[in-house]
Each structure stands twice: as structure tokens, then as C-alpha cells.
Write a protein that binds this ligand. Structure first.
Ligand code: NAD
Length: 511
């Protein structure tokens, strides 16, 4: 089995320690440190210092000072710095992808894919930096011009989840930067070394262009550091990615102080499989969606809603596909399923399988925790399939693990109702070659999710479109389309170039 070389992360700003691990300490503070363990082999990879309250406040001051300068730089010039950052990422794609894979446990292909997403969003942001356009309006008053402008907000706080330890930050950062904002990032406490590496790579751009510190800043630590940011009046926008439980707290605290938030929270994504589906495509989409990243994507396929006439056939092909899955070290290119992030995630997985049976479900493909050589971290689990009812409490809940719930339907209307009858609303799909079924699914009476696909699975998304979901997924949108508007404030301008001061709505005010 392939092994990771953890001897060469120094190019990412990590320093080797005598213990054979890495340190990404940002300061010599007396605060506690955070150790990062790899779910791949259970070993400590390295440690970072946790940010103290005083350091946090100093970082925010520095970020504000940087913003005052950064907002005066023309947007296309800011785009040029983002272009350079994309090039630095290109040069470090291999190593950063390896660190992502080792620290988070996703396959190396997916680790590289995540860095590629960072590069793509940089390219996107470069073009966007010349397209931050506002509208002009016809004024009802003579000799008046009306228009709207988009101005930067200030400090954008990013709180990120463990499962996309670098890409989600870059989706926010690249857009925020070209919009004229600066970014303070509270990364997941489960993947802090990835954040140190990203900061190190940005620093190369900042240093070579003589840019001030504070355009990009990381603050490290657990929930508490995120709470400081959420309550901080100096942070007009908090973009938070993580569980619905986290988003509920963050959203209400930010709203309480009239700040803005982008919430990118949990999903409970389903694929509808109709009698007119291409079964081969269905199996590829379903299996990748359910077991890819060990079921730890917000867009992972959790539910398969299958027409009753083809249920047995679908179960047979899925059982066959699952019997061929290899589970192990994600660096090995022949492996399909890597580890879960930690023992708490394994416990959630086991609890979900127990609950399914307790609620009356039938296990179709057995799960279980793997042990023995190669599985020493205790984080490797078998992808499982269960036949369930949609209303089971456990099915309504997002379990971040490779468990696929199968259920049947008889009419398309019923299938769409089942798909929508969960609290979350991130991603959805239908597998059909029937045009009526496809368009019904995409219509206003169809899927209620932020993402609705036809003949591809629920998992993964391109950066060109807006990414995010409805209901308990939080309603936020990131990445493409007009998501950039969330990072700016809109200003309506009316300019009078005449000799009189006519009032709007024809009001006469004689003095
Ligand atoms: P999590 O909610 O445990 O933590 C996410 C981040 O929020 C961490 O940095 C954590 O320290 C911080 N945090 C937690 N409580 C907080 C609080 N009260 N105030 C401020 N910050 C707080 O999530 P996780 O386990 O890291 O990630 C998995 C979850 O993220 C899943 O639910 C998944 O669906 C979701 N996710 C959603 C998207 C999306 O775009 N919709 C993308 C990736 C992950």
C-alpha cells in the first residue's frame, strides 16, 4: 500500500520538529496549541498555535488597516494579485493536494481536485474583477443621472468545515479580494495545517508585490475563535460553512448585530431514479455520490428514491458495485473509499446504522468498522445501504458518512414530494431520459433545492454556477453567477447636473 511522505511539507510553510512532525505555529504565544491528527494513519501530523483573544484583536486591527489601503486599489489590479495567487497554487498543487489528502483523508485525486477548484476560482475572480457592474436608471427628474455602485464591505470573516479544508476558503477569498474586501479565516480545528499552508502561499504574493499584511489572515482554534468573529461588529460579513447546528447559532448572532451572513450548511441529498433512467449512469452517479470522500461531502448522495418497478434491479446492481469497492489509504489510486475524519464521526456512523434498524429499516449492504493492518486509525468504515421510509428520524438527519438510504415511489409527484420532504435543501438529481420527467423536476413544482441536476449525481459542482442550498442548508450562495454581490454593499446614486432642485414624486416645497 502506498504511504505518504510527510518529510517535504516545508515548501508550504510548515517546519519539521524533532518529533518527526510539523509545526505551523504562527506565534510563540502562551496559549494552547492544536494538534492535527491524520485520519489516514492516526498519527499526529503537526501542531499550530491557537490564537489568543489579544492576538485576534490585533489581527482584526491589522486587517482593517489593510482594507483601508486595499479598497483604493483598482479592482482589475486586485484581480492581477489574485491571478498571481492562482499561479502560486498551480506551482504548489501537488504538495498542497497531498497535505489536504493526508490531513482530511480524502483521496489524493480529490485533494488535487480541491486545489484545482482554488485555481479555477482565482481565474474566475480575475475576469470578475473587470465585471463588478452596476445598473443605470432613467430618472423621472430632468437633468439627473441615476446609477448604482457596488462598494466593498470591509473584513469578511470565513469560518470553514473540515471536509473542504482549502477550496471553500478560496471560493470566498478570491471573490472577496477582487471586490475590495480583506479576509480573516477561522479554519476547521480538524484541518489547521491546510490553513497555515494557504496563508504561506498567499504571503508569497503579498511579499513580492509589497502588499500590506492583513489582506489575508488566519486565526486558529476551535469554536471559541469562531464565536469571537461571529459577534464582532468589525466583521460586516461572516461566511460560515459547516453543520446546520453551527449555522443556526452563527446566523442568529450575526443577525442580532445586523451583520450579514452567507450560510453553507448541511445537505440531505437525493437522486430520483425513474423507470426511464440509464441504469449505468445511475450506478456511477449514485456510487460516487454516496461513497466518494467517504460520504463526507455536503453534496453526498444520502437518499435514492427508486421507482417500485425497478427497485429490485437497482438493488442488485448497487450490491454488485458495492462488492467491488476498495477501502483503504486514500493515497493509493486504486482505493475508492478513505477514512472518516475521526472517531466521533465513526460513532455517528454506527449510531445511524443502529437507528435505521430500530426504526424498522432493512440493511441491504452491511456496514461495519474495519480493523487490522492499514486500518490502525480506526476511522475506516464499510459503505452501507439500507431500505428505509423517508419519514424515519435518522433519514431526516444528515449523517456525515457513507450510508445510502433507499426508498420506493409510484408516481413522479410522490417522488418529488419525498425528495423535498426533508429539512435540508442543498443538492438533488433525477435520472431519466424522459423529457417531461426531467423538466417537471426542474420546474417550480419540482425540486426545492439550491442545486437540481438531470442525469448527473448530487455530488460536486462547477464554480461557474452559484453554489448553496435552501431551508436548513442556510440559503447562502458562493462562487459563480452573481454571488459576488454578497461581498459588496450596493449604493444608489442620484446626480443633479441642472440648475434647479426638483423633488421626486412631483412634490412642491416652496420656501
Ligand atoms: P462544524 O459545524 O462542526 O464546524 C464547522 C466550523 O464551524 C468549524 O470551523 C467550527 O470550529 C466552527 N464552529 C462550530 N460552532 C461554531 C459556533 N457556535 N460559532 C462559530 N463557529 C463555530 O462542521 P464540520 O463537521 O467541520 O463539517 C461538516 C458539516 O459541514 C456538514 O454538515 C456538511 O454538510 C457541512 N458543509 C456544508 C457545505 C456547504 O457548502 N453547504 C460545504 C462543506 C461542508
Amino acid at each position: 500500500m502506498a504511504t505518504y511522505s510527510i518529510t517535504d511539507f516545508s515548501a508550504l510553510g510548515l517546519k519539521p520538529t524533532n518529533a518527526g512532525t510539523w509545526t505551523g505555529r504562527q506565534s510563540s504565544n502562551a496559549g494552547t496549541s492544536l494538534t492535527s491528527y491524520s485520519p489516514v494513519d492516526g498519527k499526529a501530523i503537526g501542531e499550530v498555535s491557537t490564537t489568543t483573544r489579544a492576538e485576534y484583536d490585533a489581527a482584526l486591527e491589522k486587517a482593517h488597516a489593510a482594507f483601508v489601503h486595499w479598497r483604493t486599489i483598482p479592482a482589475p489590479k486586485r484581480g492581477e494579485y489574485v491571478r498571481q495567487f492562482g499561479d502560486v497554487l498551480r506551482a504548489n498543487k501537488d504538495l498542497l493536494g497531498k497535505l489536504v489528502s493526508y490531513e482530511m483523508g480524502k483521496s489524493l485525486q480529490e485533494g488535487w481536485g480541491e486545489v484545482q477548484e482554488m485555481i479555477d476560482i482565482c481565474d474566475y475572480a480575475v475576469g470578475l474583477s473587470r465585471q463588478l457592474t452596476g445598473l443605470t436608471f432613467q430618472s423621472e427628474r430632468p437633468n439627473h443621472h441615476m446609477m448604482e455602485q457596488w462598494h466593498p464591505l470591509g473584513i469578511v470573516g470565513v469560518i470553514s468545515a473540515f471536509n473542504f479544508p482549502v477550496a471553500v476558503w478560496s471560493w470566498n477569498a478570491a471573490l472577496a479580494w477582487v471586490c475590495g474586501d480583506v479576509v480573516v479565516w477561522k479554519a476547521s480545528e480538524k484541518a489547521p495545517l491546510c490553513a497555515v499552508a494557504c496563508q504561506h502561499l498567499w504571503n508569497q504574493v503579498a511579499t513580492s508585490n509589497d502588499l500590506p499584511e492583513g489582506i489575508s489572515t488566519i486565526v486558529t482554534g476551535a469554536v471559541e475563535v469562531g464565536q469571537w468573529m461571529t459577534a464582532d461588529m468589525r466583521v460586516p460579513l461572516v461566511s460560515a460553512t459547516g453543520s446546520t447546528a453551527m449555522g443556526r447559532k452563527v446566523g442568529s448572532v450575526v443577525a442580532e448585530r445586523f451583520g450579514r451572513s452567507i450560510l453553507e450548511l448541511g445537505g440531505n441529498n437525493a437522486i430520483i431514479v425513474t423507470p426511464e433512467a440509464d441504469l449505468k449512469m445511475t450506478v456511477i452517479g449514485t456510487v460516487f455520490g454516496a461513497v466518494g470522500t467517504a460520504g463526507q461531502r455536503c453534496t453526498s448522495t444520502r437518499r435514492l428514491i427508486v421507482h417500485e418497478s425497478i427497485f429490485n434491479k437497482v438493488v442488485d446492481v448497487l450490491k454488485k458495485a458495492y462488492s467491488q469497492l476498495t477501502i483503504g489509504n486514500p493515497l493509493d489510486p486504486t482505493v475508492h473509499v478513505g477514512p472518516l475524519i475521526d472517531s466521533a464521526a465513526v460513532a455517528q456512523y454506527e449510531r445511524a446504522l443502529t437507528e435505521v434498524v430500530r426504526e424498522g429499516g432493512t440493511i441491504l449492504v452491511e456496514g461495519g468498522v474495519l480493523s487490522g493492518p492499514g486500518y490502525e486509525s480506526g476511522c475506516y468504515v464499510k459503505p452501507a445501504i439500507a431500505h428505509v421510509e423517508n419519514h424515519f428520524a435518522i433519514v431526516q438527519h444528515e449523517t456525515f458518512a457513507p450510508i445510502l438510504y433507499l426508498m420506493t415511489y409510484s408516481t413522479l409527484e410522490e417522488a418529488i414530494a419525498l425528495q423535498n420532504r426533508v429539512p435540508q435543501g442543498l443538492s438533488s438529481a433525477i435520472m431519466t431520459l424522459n423529457m417531461r420527467e426531467a423538466h417537471t423536476f426542474l420546474s417550480a413544482a419540482g425540486s426545492d433545492c439550491g442545486i437540481a441536476n438531470v442525469n448527473i449525481g448530487t455530488s460536486g459542482a462547477e464554480i461557474g454556477g452559484a453554489f448553496g442550498g435552501e431551508k436548513e442548508t442556510g440559503g447562502g450562495r458562493e462562487s459563480g453567477s452573481d454571488s459576488w454581490k454578497a461581498y459588496m454593499r450596493r449604493q444608489t446614486n442620484t446626480l443633479n447636473y441642472g440648475n434647479n432642485l426638483p423633488l421626486a414624486q412631483g412634490i412642491v416645497f416652496n420656501i
